[in-house]
Design a protein around this ligand. Sequence first.
Ligand code: ADP
Ligand code: MG
Length: 337
Amino acid sequence: MTAAPKLVCRNVWKVFGAGAAEFLAGNGNPSPDQLGAAGLVGAVRAVELEVRSGEIFVIMGLSGSGKSTLVRCLSRLVEPTAGEILFNGENLLAASETRMIEIRRHQMGMVFQNFALLPHLSVLANVAFPLEVQGIGRPEREARAARMIELVGLSGKETAFPRELSGGQQQRVGIARSLAVEPELWFLDEPFSALDPLIRREMQDEFVRLQSQLKKTIVFITHDFDEAIRVADRIAVMRDGAVVQAGTPEDIVLSPATPYVAEFTRNVPKAKVVRAASLMKPDGGAPSEPAIAERATIAEAAPLFAAGMTHLRVVDTSGRTVGRLDRDDVVDVMMRG
Ligand SMILES: Nc1ncnc2c1ncn2[C@@H]1O[C@H](COP(=O)(O)OP(=O)(O)O)[C@@H](O)[C@H]1O
Ligand SMILES: [Mg+2]
């Protein structure tokens, strides 16, 4: 079920400081210390990534680990020092500036932490703005903007100005605006970090719901591991500019690659991360037996086992049996959590 990669990074570097490109060319794979000694900052180091069509790919790391620099490199808002970036197979580092502007305008969407709305424009005009930049006429752009506003749950606020909205509502406008161009590739850099915890939770849930309808290819940045596992199909963990581990939330929680990654996963209840599909055995069982969805977490399956079941049939979204989940395996994960 592996979809084609929409975006591929090969050995991508961003080194800040005078003479960065020459230093990198002459020193192969320099460590942060070597870069530091040369007065350089290795904001992104030797990053290899593959973002697949239709997935939410989360880049997680502490502040300063290089997340924003990396995501800006992906659209060349920051010029990478070295490496290769392929978007639908096209090498972006070989694209002209005109071509990049066209790609950013028509195929990419971006949402940042500080909402960056235009204060003197209404909600409708803010959301329609990128369509105006594309040269789309007023009736069509306003109709499309109104649909996006409805999608993010802000119907009725079309004529309001940004200052009249709460932080959460402003961020919804930012989301609607970036979706208005119907981007193929959607970048969100800490979109919910400025929001209060409760609103933030709500936005995470809504974001996952929105994605289940839109099926965009998404690169989502966060410094919050809980947020990462709530929204991610796959996660790349960054430290000092490098990706230290990439995998599904289950991979990362069950098998952290380094002590640094383990530190993030230590307090995560494993039962809330591990899904039926990753623990099931191949032989399914009779269609009459009780079933659980392959995307359901162990925590969701637990009550059925507590009620006396020794195993459950695992089904895909079309109801087809894909495997069997045994109580012993579930208990094992819960004990580890
Ligand atoms: N324009 C710049 N010039 C020099 N150093 C920079 C620049 N932008 C970012 N950095 C440095 O690169 C590193 C990564 O920063 P950033 O990508 O913003 O991290 P994050 O988004 O994970 O917080 C930090 O050490 C930061 O200070
Ligand atoms: Mg950042």
